[in-house]
Design a protein around this ligand. Structure first.
Ligand SMILES: Cc1cc2nc3c(=O)[nH]c(=O)nc-3n(C[C@H](O)[C@H](O)[C@H](O)COP(=O)(O)OP(=O)(O)OC[C@H]3O[C@@H](n4cnc5c(N)ncnc54)[C@H](O)[C@@H]3O)c2cc1C
Length: 350
């Protein structure tokens, strides 16, 4: 890509926004088109950064550089915008069974996990919480305030004259070998960051994905909220604005943005699994979105086989906040011809 070529980015979720921000910082001319976050899962997500998510309490591949890259990016963006975006919080993992307790004992002995494994608390240490195997705090995590993040980046793009607030129709993009044309302008690279609407993209819709719908409830409690995230399969996240978010479900049917009665019931059951006694909780909100997951839990980053000027930056699953800043940096260098992309991210991998 020559440095004077225009870059078109479709989608202003976390993926398109952070990538655009990095490309602008490198002096590229960027246009981002977005329809007001109509189907954005960033908009609904809780934004958690949890280094030890999942049953195996395992660090994901690349965590050693991806997590610091994410924290550094959000900190730098906070300094530029004056907005509080990343909220560090201990994540208290409530061990659900003997296997998880054994897994925890292993992690505690492993030096690679030392920065992430905090204090163990024996059963009965947490007021009102069912913790038969005890719990421990995961360190180095927290959450990104998704709404303020999107708003801050939208403002940056607007100020740079880089934002087009409109629906992008794929039929309007004229694709040639070395360039694409859209709304009278020539682009040397197009990056699709469309989230779940990858399925509508005529160039990339056949790339295999494993989309998973997720729902989140907002709760109000009469008493003080917990001071840390409580995670017992599902998580309860106290936000800086006083809301309590409870999530999330995983469902592979009805891949739309409609909250469901079944999702609500599943989440309230999970709340009761954490707090067996009535806490006087009240549901104040309920949202849903679709995660673009992949079978190997790696994102989809690379070029179209037939039209290499068309590229994909998607597939961040349930870890966008941990993955996007680091991979956006790598992808920026790649687009500048300064690096390669790991084959593990190739959209056409089998
Ligand atoms: C319930 C739930 C909870 C989650 N919790 C977490 C979490 O705790 N931590 C975490 O890291 N991740 C979480 N995720 C995952 C995370 O939200 C996603 O991986 C991430 O938001 C994807 O970002 P994106 O930019 O790829 O897509 P999106 O945020 O979906 O952005 C795509 C954008 O493109 C726009 N767009 C698409 N097509 C067009 C078009 N044709 N024209 C114009 N605009 C278009 C959309 O409207 C949208 O604004 C969660 C997801 C869900 C659903």
């Amino acid at each position: 890509m020559s440095s004077d070529a225009n870059i078109l980015i479709v989608g202003q979720g976390i993926a398109g926004s952070v990538l655009a921000d990095k490309l602008l910082a490198r002096g590229h001319r960027v246009t981002v088109v977005d329809d007001g976050h109509r189907t954005s899962s960033t908009r609904v997500a809780a934004g958690m950064v949890n280094p030890l998510a999942g049953k195996r309490l395992a660090l994901s591949p690349g965590s050693d550089w991806l997590l610091p890259a994410a924290r550094d990016y959000f900190a730098a963006l906070e300094a530029r915008t004056g907005e509080r975006l990343f909220h560090p919080l201990p994540i208290r993992r409530i061990l659900r069974n003997a296997q998880e307790a054994t897994q925890f004992a292993k992690r505690r002995e492993d030096p690679a996990y030392a920065p992430y494994v905090g204090e163990f608390s024996p059963p009965g240490s947490l007021e009102g919480v069912d913790d038969p195997q005890g719990s421990f705090t995961t360190l180095g995590g927290g959450y990104v305030a998704s709404g303020p993040l999107l708003a801050a980046l939208r403002h940056i793009l607007r100020e740079a004259g880089a934002l087009v607030e409109a629906e992008f129709r794929h039929a309007d993009l004229r694709v040639e070998k070395d360039a694409a044309h859209w709304q009278g302008r020539r682009y040397g690279t197009v990056v699709f960051c469309e989230g779940m609407r990858l399925r509508d993209n005529p160039w990339f819709r056949d790339i295999p994905t494993d989309p998973v719908k997720g729902e989140i409830l907002d709760l109000a409690l009469p008493g003080p909220p917990p001071a840390e995230v409580l995670n017992k399969g599902k998580w309860l996240l106290p936000t800086a604005t006083g809301e309590l978010r409870l999530g999330a479900t995983y469902a592979r049917d009805r891949l739309d943005m409609e909250p469901t009665a079944a999702g609500r019931e599943e989440l309230l059951k999970a709340f009761r699994n954490i707090y067996p006694q009535d806490r006087g909780e009240r549901v104040t909100g309920h949202v849903a979105g679709v995660r673009v997951c992949t079978r190997d839990n790696q994102p989809l980053i690379g070029r179209h086989q037939q039209f290499p000027i068309l590229t994909l930056f998607n597939g961040f699953g349930s870890k966008a906040n941990s993955l996007v800043p680091g991979w956006a940096e790598v992808f920026t260098a790649y687009l500048e011809g300064a690096g390669t992309l790991p084959s593990a991210l190739d959209p056409y991998r089998t």
